[in-house]
Design a protein around this ligand. Sequence first.
Ligand SMILES: [Zn+2]
Ligand SMILES: [Zn+2]
Length: 258
Amino acid sequence: MSVDICVLGSGSGGNCTYIGTPKTRLLVDAGFSMKETARRLATIQVPLESIQAIVISHEHADHIHGVETLVKNLNIPVFIAPAAFEASRISRNKYPVEPIRAEECFTVGDIRVQPFAIPHDSVEPLAFCVVAEGIKTSIVTDLGYIPELVKQRVAGSHCLVFESNHDLEMLKVGPYPWFVKQRVMSRHGHLSNDTTAQFFAEDYDGQAVHVLLAHISQKNNHPEIVRMSMVQVFESRGLPPEKIQLTHQDEPAPLLRF
Ligand SMILES: [Zn+2]
Ligand SMILES: [Zn+2]
């Protein structure tokens, strides 16, 4: 009895997380090509062909880029909100599409998934709590602020994957055009390091065994700034900073086994 969790990659260049039990193996988001997804899965000794389903958070390219090729070739279902599917321009092929909605739990094998709504500039954005073998993993990225509901949903997570997208100062002076900067900073954009740090300082229940900071911008953030700001928060609360890990765009984060 075990649960394996690996954030295979995270950021605006592609997102994909593997969650597996001895019975069930699924991906949350499919932002990489099939070849790249297979390569990253191979680093944790998981054959691509053993993946049984893909769950999609929203239709932005960094979350669905590889989904069509993957489901077509593997002949596996994709779980996606109907509006996100419509907006995704995934062709209506013969592979099975399973509609999902916020607050409607579903199961894939022995893994239970609870989708919940988040504020983001896509049509029906979702984040997920995934429960397998009694282990709760929450994957929360691509949101402009942290509503009360999100705080409630992630409570009691053993593994918490949480966005820390940008450093506000770096974003302001960074290379993005002004309208993109405004979008990122808006209430339907992405979480800044400060907003995420505030959540961990004031609202986080301190229970997770692993906290993975995710969707870290390569242009408007720096891994060490993310780490430092979170380590400060953990130390000020007397929580062990070793629990903090960063996810990466170009390589998988370490495999976590419960
Ligand atoms: Zn994204
Ligand atoms: Zn997005």
